[in-house]
Structures are given as structure tokens and as C-alpha cells.
Design a binder for this molecule. Structure first.
Ligand code: C5P
Length: 208
């Protein structure tokens, strides 16, 4: 299969120095990319700003902001059989990015934001028979939010986790996730390495 994977955070700049972002390190998405490449799939990895090495055999495209990630996904999508959207896309961006550093004395103590595009919702009309997998990182039981996002974003599967649970979430090498699909029962996976979670996602894609 040809599999497109997004990973990491996005950065939404106010000026060349300052930005809004989140705690994503990209580990989960890079693990999915590694798992897919290990199985011989053709993998394109669109990465936000992370400090991780590209897994062997993976084609990597680096982006910074959500708008750049959307463009990169739109460019790559036509050739793909599946998309795994594991990036933690920032929901908002500053209304404008200045070309030069803002001076403290010229700044208001308020940042005006505009919503970023939802990448999955934007590309849904181009889905055709491609498989789309999303992620839902929640604080607390993710079931309700995962099921809502599965439908709202037109996904075939959503990988949900409680980022506050032991061994799950940001900057750790393990994860504890549940797969929610449109028809089947939720599949609760044990605490395991992110690479093994990645392998389980790829095995699910191969089974469709
Ligand atoms: O942020 P949220 O919990 O809604 O993310 C759920 C899924 O939607 C994830 O797969 C994420 O990559 C994707 N997403 C997106 N565009 C956004 C925000 C999230 O595609 N602007």
C-alpha cells in the first residue's frame, strides 16, 4: 500500500521567533511510519517540527504550520491508499505573522487568533476509497469524544488514548490505546511500545 502519515505538532508563528504549539513530540506518528516501512509499504511522512530521525525507507516532508501541513497532505493524497493522521494540529493561529520580530513595547497583552482548517474535514471530499485513520488524544475517558470525531471527520478508524494515563501520551515510548471503528466493537490494546501500536494500526489497515 501507499500510506501517508502525519506526525508531530504544528507551530503557529506570531513573528519569526514566537509561536503557539503543543506537547506533541511526533513519536507516535514516526512509529507508525517505521511500522509501515518495515512491512514494505511505500511511506510518505509529513512531519511538523520534531527532533526525530527519519525511519529507514520513509520519504519525509517537513512542515511548520497547520496551513502548510494541509497543503502537503493535499499534494500527496492523490497517490495514496491510506492516510494516518497522527499529527497534533494546532486548532488556532495568530491572525497575522509579522516578517520581523515584534517589539515588546509595540505588543498588546492579547493574541488575536483565527481557527486553523481541520485537515481531515477539508480533504474528506477527496477520500474516495482511501482508508482514513485519525487519533483522539483526550484527558480522561476518550470514548465519547473518539466516537464523535470518528463520525464528524468521516474516519474509518480512530485511535483513542487518555494522555493522562500511566505510560500513555506525550514524550514516552509506550502507549495504551483503543481502536474505534464505524461498525465493529472497540478494540482495547494493552500498554505497549508506540512501535507495536504502530504495527497494530498497519495490521488493521492491511486487514481492510
Ligand atoms: O484535534 P482533534 O482531537 O480534533 O484531532 C482528531 C484528529 O483530527 C486527529 O487525527 C488530528 O490529526 C486531526 N486534525 C486535523 N486537523 C485539525 C485538527 C485535528 O486533521 N485542524
Amino acid at each position: 500500500m501507499k500510506i501517508l502519515i502525519t506526525a508531530g505538532p504544528t507551530r503557529e508563528h506570531l513573528d519569526p521567533i514566537r509561536f503557539i504549539s503543543n506537547r506533541s513530540t511526533g513519536k507516535m506518528g514516526f512509529a507508525v511510519a517505521q511500522a509501515a516501512a518495515e512491512r514494505g509499504h511505500t511511506v510518505t511522512l509529513i512531519a511538523g517540527p520534531v527532533s526525530l530521525a527519519t525511519p529507514p525507507g520513509v520519504t519525509r516532508v517537513d512542515v511548520t504550520s497547520a496551513c502548510e501541513m494541509l497543503e502537503a497532505v493535499q499534494r500527496a493524497l492523490p497517490k495514496q491508499d491510506a492516510l494516518v493522521m497522527s499529527a497534533a494540529v494546532a486548532d488556532w493561529r495568530p491572525i497575522q505573522k509579522t516578517a520581523t520580530k515584534l517589539k515588546k513595547r509595540d505588543m498588546e497583552p492579547v493574541i488575536h487568533l483565527v481557527p486553523n482548517p481541520d485537515i481531515l474535514k477539508t480533504i474528506l471530499p477527496e477520500k474516495e476509497n482511501r482508508l482514513f485513520v485519525g487519533f483522539a488524544a483526550e484527558t480522561g475517558d476518550p470514548t465519547a469524544e473518539a466516537q464523535r470525531k470518528l463520525t464528524a471527520k468521516g474516519l474509518d478508524m480512530i485511535v483513542a488514548n487518555d494522555v493522562t494515563a500511566e505510560g500513555a501520551g506525550f514524550a514516552v515510548d509506550t502507549n495504551r490505546v483503543t481502536f474505534f471503528t464505524v461498525n465493529g466493537q472497540p478494540q482495547v490494546l494493552p500498554l505497549q511500545s508506540k512501535l507495536d501500536v504502530g504495527r497494530a494500526i498497519i495490521a488493521w489497515l492491511e486487514g481492510q
